[in-house]
Design a protein around this ligand. Structure first.
Ligand code: HQG
Length: 290
């Protein structure tokens, strides 16, 4: 009996110590622990009550992350996200509380900090030449596709000729899918183990139809962002993609001016699981024929 009692007291003591060590989750249980543990525990529990440590800890962590990824312009753009109105002294939210007497129920509350992890972007690098030329193994070759299952013209025809296996996979994918569901998505086709060139093919479904029935430029542009995001997600999941190349997608038979597609791609904000690597932008080399 007395042994069990001791053990219980020890368990409670050690739990009390853990709480005092920083976790605020046990806040409601603390008065009981103070009684059990004696005066030594009173001070730490006060700290717990006043510090509301989780939000502070999170701020610290987030700041750490921001510093890690702060080398690019994209990150600067992101820090703008943190310029939430409450920070400015003259903001509407801060005025009412400063003119009336400070309300104790409001003041101690730490401001909700919605610190987002820095967004990552795509950096397009221009190169003149043939997209297929000397592409090393693991290269991802990206082109825009219709959802009908045709690589009948333009660069798609060249893809069909050079990668007949990929074409079969693309076509089967289209055949078993509803066009409306495909548009705005992507299909990453990994190379077969025995393929001569170990290239990935990235199909971004930017238009439901093709030829005369191609979608209107605004629709194509609307589908381009989500389709690129989807492709990158799949590439991250696959884990085997190396260099990334694309043609000036949408700019030929789909008749969308390249600078408009380019803007959509460069403005994409990518999150976790959508970008390979730890930091920095995603580099995609854009090939245009000489
Ligand atoms: N070897 C090469 N290396 C680098 N760049 C190359 C190149 N060869 C051509 N280009 C350039 O690549 C850009 C895109 O031009 P494209 O007209 O091909 O593609 P798009 O994205 O506007 O349209 C897609 C629809 O075209 C097809 O036609 P079908 O529907 O099958 O009839 C599909 O299946 C889709 O549906 C243009 O800047 C071309 O100069």
């Amino acid at each position: 009996m007395s042994g069990k009692g001791k053990a219980l007291v020890q368990m409670k003591l050690s739990f009390g110590k853990r709480v005092a060590g920083g976790s605020a989750l046990g806040g409601q249980d603390q008065p009981k622990k103070q009684r059990l543990d004696g005066e030594k525990e009173i001070n730490p529990s006060k700290d717990d009550l006043t510090s509301k440590s989780p939000s502070r800890d999170n701020q610290g962590l987030d700041k750490g992350n921001e510093v890690k990824g702060s080398s690019s312009k994209e990150d600067d753009a992101n820090t703008i996200n943190t310029n939430n109105p409450p920070k400015s002294p003259g903001s509407p939210t801060s005025n009412p509380s400063s003119t009336s007497n400070p309300s104790p129920s409001q003041l101690p509350l730490p401001k909700a900090t919605t610190t987002l992890p820095p967004a990552r972007r795509i950096r397009l690098i221009n190169k003149t030449g043939d997209i297929f030329h000397s592409a090393p193994p693991k290269t991802l070759l990206i082109h825009a596709c219709n959802t009908i299952g045709s690589w009948g013209a333009g660069i798609a025809k060249a893809f069909r000729k050079q990668y007949p296996d990929a074409y079969a996979i693309y076509r089967a994918h289209c055949m078993r899918s509803v066009p409306q569901h495909l548009v705005g998505t992507a299909l990453l086709i990994a190379p077969r183990a025995d393929a001569a060139r170990q290239h990935y093919i990235g199909c971004v479904f930017t238009s439901k139809g093709h030829g005369q029935r191609r979608d209107k430029p605004p629709e194509i542009l609307r589908a381009t962002g989500p389709a690129m995001r989807d492709l990158l997600r799949q590439a991250v999941r696959d884990g085997g993609v190396g260099e990334m190349r694309m043609c000036r997608i949408n700019s030929g038979l789909f008749a969308v001016p390249w600078h408009e597609t380019k803007l959509v791609i460069e403005e994409l904000e990518l999150g976790e699981g959508e970008v390979p690597g730890e930091r920095g932008p995603v580099r995609i080399v854009v090939y245009s024929p000489a």
